[in-house]
Structure formats: C-alpha cells, structure tokens
Design a protein around this ligand. Structure first.
Ligand code: UD1
Ligand code: CA
Length: 459
C-alpha cells in the first residue's frame, strides 16, 4: 500500500449535527470520528494521507497533529467533488491509486478496504474507479446506486435529486472510492454542479468513467454496519455503540471478562491483560491495564498504567497515574496526575493524591489529601492526614520516609520531612523535620471537668 495515497474528506460543516464543533471531531467511543479513519489508513500502510479541511480547519489540524498528515484547505465547501479537486495539487506525483474516504464514516474496517482494492485490480489495466456500496433497510439520506436492467452501474442518485423510483432503491453509495490517479486528474474538473444542491458531487465520476470506456465496479457489502455515515447525533450515538461493541468483543476474545458490555466504555487505544474483570459502568481510555486486575463499578481511568493483580474499587478516578502490582485503590479514591504508586499500595475511600510517589505496601485508608509528597515503603497514613503543600504562592514537598506511622488527623506543613520509622501522634501539626525513630505530638494536654454541664445549665 506504500505507493497509494488516501484522501480523507473532512471540510464539511456537518449542518445536521447542530454543533459549533466540526463534525469529524465529534467523538465515537472516546475519540474523534476522523481519528478512527486515520488509524485505519495507518493499519493499511497507506503511503500518504491527505486530509481536506475547511470548516473548523484549525481545530481539526490541531487535533490531528503528529499523525504525519498533509492537510489541504478547501476554503468554500462546494461539495465532495470540489473537495477532491482541492486536493489535486497535493496529489501530484502520486504513482499508485487514490483511496477516497469520508471523515464521517468511522467504522470502516481494513478487510473491507482490502476487498475494494481486490475488485479494482480485477478491472485490469484500463481501470478507473471502484466504490463500496451496501444494502440498507432505510436508505434515506444516502446516495442510491442506479443500475441498468443487466445490473451494470450507471450513476448515483443523491437523496435530494432522486425520483420516487430511485428513492425506493436500497443499495446505497457508502462514499468510499478507489480511483486511478491519472483518471482522477483528468476527470475531476469535469464534474458539474447542475443538481438540486448546486454542489459538485464526487459520485458524478461514475458516469465520467463510463463515458471514457472504463468499467466501474462496486464492492457490495451484505452487512452495512461498518459503512454507516454520521450526519446527526442520533447516528453518532449508534456508531458509538457499534464501535464499543467491536472494541469490547476484541477484548473479550483476548481473555478479558466484561460483565456488562452495554454499560462499559473502553476506547480503541486501551490494552488489557487476560483474566482482568471489568465491572459495569467503567470508563477507560488511553491506558494499559495488567493481567488479573479487577476494575469495579463506576471507575474512570484515563492515560494510566495499572500493574497485574491490582483492584480498582467502585467510583474511583485515576488520571494519568502509574500503579504497581497487587495494589488496591478506592472505593471513592481520586488520583490526580503524576501519581506513582508501588506494588501492594492500599488507598481507601475519600483519599485524594496529586503529584506524589508512594512506596511498596504503603497505606492511606481514609479521608486524606497527599499532594507534592514523596512517601517511602511501609508507611501508614492515618485517617484525615493532610499534606499542607501550598502557602498561597508556592507548592512545597513533604517527605515521609520508610516505615513512618502518621496518626489520624495530622497535618504536615511542607516543606517538611519525617524521618525513617518515626511516629506522628494523632492530631499533630508537624511544622519541623522529625528525626528518624522519634515521636512527635502537638496536642494540648487533655482536661476533664466533672459536673460541668449541670453547673452551666442547671440540669
Ligand atoms: C455523501 C455522498 C452520498 C453517500 C454518502 C455516504 C456525495 C455528493 N454524496 O453524501 O452518495 O451515500 O456520502 O455517507 O458525495 N465534504 C467536504 N467538502 C465539501 C462537502 C463535503 O470535505 O464541500 C466532506 C464532509 O466533511 C464529509 C464528506 O465529505 O466528511 C461527505 O459529505 P456529506 O455532506 O456528509 O455527504 P452526504 O450527504 O452524506
Ligand atoms: Ca455524510
């Protein structure tokens, strides 16, 4: 596929989305729909990828930065034929064939595109154009494939141009084409705009190819799921459901248990090891989860790495964290960015951690805030412990060395260090460094006044 070039059409406004955001950036299974198309082209090993942008061009370019794409500007959106015309300059020198896809058809699969190449090559040396069609129960909105009495393809009738008989046709154009580069260069300018929408329709290449004496063939799909085009938010949700099903099916086949696939959202870039169990209402994106983990109900995990055998308990949030093996997080824990937890760490309910490292086996079981801290192995953080890392201007580091015991309801005023094996008594405000092995307390002495209530209130 190295010789071939792909053009992805993504300049349209997507009026039917009723959105301020360009259509192709709306997300399907956690990623912009166009990114699914780009990933497909990468999997296929396309030599070059041209993306035609126009509406919301800057946003689309920014979101697709780093994917080795050549962007082509279509300043006025005059139709799909005009969009391809805008890409012709960038296409110069293309030795292979030109695959044309829409940025709003995100479910297309690699085997299907390979099938399109196959039927195209069967057309022989005079080949000009092939496309993918599909039979759809409700073809409303799509271009219909018009064939003659012998079944030979004649043209595409767009929804707005089709007569009643044409509207009854259930074979639709999916908007995926493969064209010979020279044929395209010679004919793209010949497309006219005398139609119901006064637009330059790319499917008008079909009659032009026939006129030039070439055959046009279609790869007709029995299962139209993967070629659904997204034009509104109802279709967006339907495509999301199909994409999720595809991702989850692959995970289940690879040995991951997904208890309720209808209530699980995992994006295509997630890797999960075998024997991991995913409970309902879990969301995971951009992450790698190890083997034998349990991710319980309502957990949200983004851009993180989780080691083998770790449990993430219900309703915990993990944001770009690194967690070791056999750890336990939550329920109701919040790990903000730059958190590194070693093996066997235990984090309990209502614990918030930010920019901190915790050593092996360290425990913070209840109601704590640990920020900008460096905590060693085997440390016990009592309930309600708070690292006071911020003085209103700057952030400071708290160091808690190996084997330290922090009693409940303590505050550590950073910068401060608690030395190896030291004890911090409950309710202490630690303001100075504590030497290793020491005990520090700052509680006032306790007073008990007998009979005080009766004396005060007379009862
Ligand atoms: C198009 C096809 C239709 C097919 C359907 C499949 C045409 C005229 N019709 O219709 O036969 O059944 O796709 O999904 O091609 N775009 C541009 N510049 C433009 C116009 C569109 O880049 O000036 C891009 C859009 O961003 C979109 C793609 O081309 O990604 C398709 O455009 P859209 O308006 O959605 O075409 P459909 O009406 O769906
Ligand atoms: Ca469309």
């Amino acid at each position: 596929m190295k010789n071939h070039t792909a053009i992805v059409l993504a300049a349209g406004k997507g009026t039917r989305m009723k959105s301020d955001m360009p259509k192709v950036l709306h997300e399907v299974a956690g990623e912009p729909m166009i990114l699914h198309v780009i990933r497909l082209l990468k999997v296929l090993g396309m030599g070059r990828i041209l993306v035609v942008v126009g509406h919301g061009s800057a946003e689309v370019r920014a979101r697709l930065a780093g994917y080795d794409i050549t962007f082509v500007e279509q300043t006025e959106q005059l139709g799909t034929g005009h969009a391809v015309l805008s890409a012709m300059k960038a296409l110069k020198g293309c030795k292979g064939d030109v695959l044309i896809l829409s940025g709003d058809v995100p479910l297309l699969s690699a085997p299907t595109v390979k099938g399109l190449f196959k039927i195209f090559n069967k057309e022989g040396p005079a080949r000009a154009l092939a496309f993918i069609s599909a039979f759809i129960e409700d073809p409303t909105g799509y271009g219909r494939v018009i064939r003659d009495d012998n079944g030979a393809i004649l043209r595409i009738a767009e929804q707005k141009d089709a007569n009643t008989a044409e509207k009854a046709v259930k074979e639709i154009n999916t908007g995926c084409y493969l064209a010979d580069a020279r044929f395209l260069a010679k004919n793209i300018e010949k497309i006219g705009s005398s139609n119901a929408q006064a637009e330059y329709y790319l499917p008008d290449l079909i009659p032009l190819a026939l006129k030039a004496g070439s055959k046009v063939s279609a790869l007709t799909l029995a299962d139209p799921e993967e070629v659904m085009g997204i034009n509104n938010r109802v279709e967006l949700a339907a495509a999301g459901a199909l994409m999720r099903k595809r991702i989850l099916t692959a995970l289940m086949r690879s040995g991951v248990t997904i208890i309720d696939p209808l209530r699980t959202v995992i994006s295509a870039d997630v890797k999960i090891g075998r024997d991991t169990i995913i409970h309902p209402s879990v969301s995971i994106s951009g992450s790698t989860i190890g083997r034998g983990c349990t991710i319980e109900q309502g957990a949200i995990i983004t851009a993180s790495k989780i080691g083998d055998g770790t449990t993430v308990r219900p309703y915990s949030i993990i944001e770009s964290g690194t967690i070791g093996k056999s750890a336990s997080i939550g329920p109701f824990a919040r790990l903000r960015p730059e958190v590194k937890l070693s093996d066997e760490v235990r984090i309990g309910n209502f614990v918030e951690i930010k920019k901190s490292t915790l050593g092996k086996g360290t425990k913070a079981g209840h109601l704590s805030y640990l920020g900008d801290s460096h905590i060693g192995a085997g440390v016990n953080i009592g309930a309600g412990t708070i690292t006071c890392n911020y003085d209103g201007v700057n952030k400071y580091l708290t160091r808690i060395d190996e084997g330290v015991f922090i009693g409940s309801d303590s505050q550590l005023i950073a910068p401060v260090r608690v030395g190896k094996g030291a004890y911090v008594g409950s309710g202490t405000t630690v303001t100075r460094d504590v030497p290793p092995g020491a005990l520090v307390t700052s509680r006032g002495s306790e007073k008990v006044i007998k009979g005080w209530v009766k004396k005060k209130f007379g009862k």
